[in-house]
Design a protein around this ligand. Structure first.
Ligand code: UFG
Length: 328
């Protein structure tokens, strides 16, 4: 029987990449999106899907979405800027807590058994050691990370009490664009390093601000684990199969296990794009840990997953293939 998947936030950056892979595997796809940040371009280019235009906080929209009785629900509809969550907590409790709780409640009421949740390395907070493994204490340093932790714990309770099965996937720094070119919609007002570097390279903004070069790292700039969105997509497919076939919960890091500094990214981007990419060092951004990267051993053991296309050159080349077409 053909598998069916429901995807909230399917017009967004990560959701659209997962849909591209699901469609290739002949999974029937139902999307719930309110287009607050999603890009219609991400959906119109895909061959065949069902769109329910609506909000995860609207019970009627969620019920219409779940009426298609998907075998599994992937939940991408949420806010994701850690810094913003500290100045606008209401936005994050509303979108990320209230919206997700409502979705889980409706899922359980409808008797839909499998849920794939976009969690984050932000649940760990300031690293006590690196590489970060899943046993690292969860002490979120921002409200965004707190919302992810609360949902992880709620899923664990729901699993015990109702039999709901879940995958909590703790993404490190998602980046890159589809290596096959299927997704080309730009993010609106990106807050993350790589899309900002691309916007500078493409002439959409004048310079990059580097948030501090006095960290205790080899070149003084922060080190992060950048994971290609195609590698994330593969992990989601494996997580779906794990839930549907092994019928076990899974909580894993999704990272490349490699750390790249801000300066390394900028230097690689200059080489690959051939553009100057002006960058200016400014003060530190509050809440930024100096260095973090993942251990992905648990995802390898439980999902047979490992990053394949997350090296700096593939990350940047795949993004540049989209951004180079922009006319400033
Ligand atoms: N940075 C700059 N200038 C910018 C933007 C970012 O120097 O204009 C630096 C940051 O200071 C940081 C690095 O680039 O050192 C990466 O910053 P991002 O904002 O792209 O990403 P974060 O590491 O802050 O957070 C991201 C996601 C979170 C997630 C986390 C997990 O946004 O949701 O990765 O590692 F939790």
């Amino acid at each position: 029987k053909r598998k069916t998947a429901g995807i909230t936030g399917g017009a967004g950056y990560i959701g659209s990449h997962i849909i591209a892979d699901l469609l290739e595997r002949d999974v029937e796809v139902f999307v719930l999106d309110n287009f607050s940040t999603g890009n219609r371009r991400n959906l119109f280019e895909h061959a065949h899907y069902h769109l329910i235009e609506g909000d995860v906080r609207d019970p009627n929209a969620v019920q219409a979405f779940l009426a298609h009785r998907p075998d599994v629900v992937f939940h991408f509809a949420a806010s994701k800027a850690a810094g913003e969550s500290m100045v606008d907590p209401v936005k994050y409790s509303d979108n990320n807590l209230r919206g997700t709780l409502l979705l889980i409640e409706e899922l359980v009421k409808a008797g839909i058994g499998s849920f794939v949740f976009s969690s984050s390395a932000a649940v760990y907070g300031d690293p006590q050691y690196i590489p970060l493994d899943e046993k690292h204490p969860r002490i979120p340093a921002n409200f965004y990370g707190y919302t992810k932790m609360v949902i992880e714990d709620t899923l664990e309770w729901y699993s015990r009490l109702t039999g709901l099965r879940y995958a909590s996937l703790r993404y490190f720094n998602a980046a890159g664009y589809d290596v096959k070119g299927r997704v080309r919609g730009l993010e609106n007002q990106p807050q993350n390093l790589l899309p900002i570097v691309m916007e500078v390279a493409a002439g959409m903004r004048s310079e990059l601000q580097i948030f501090g070069d006095d960290y205790d790292t080899p070149d003084g700039t922060c080190i992060r684990d950048y994971i290609h969105v195609n590698d994330l997509a593969t992990a989601h497919i494996l997580a779906m199969e794990h839930l549907l076939e092994k019928r076990e919960n899974v909580t894993v890091n999704l990272g490349s296990e490699k750390g790249l500094s801000v300066k390394e990214i900028v230097e690689q981007a200059r080489i690959i794009t051939g553009r100057p990419i002006p960058a200016r060092v400014v003060g530190r951004r509050p809440g930024d840990p100096a260095a973090l990267y993942a251990s992905a051993a648990k995802a390898a053991a439980e999902l047979n997953w490992r990053a394949e296309v997350s090296d700096a050159s593939k990350l940047i080349e795949s993004m540049w293939s989209v951004y180079r077409e922009i006319k400033p």
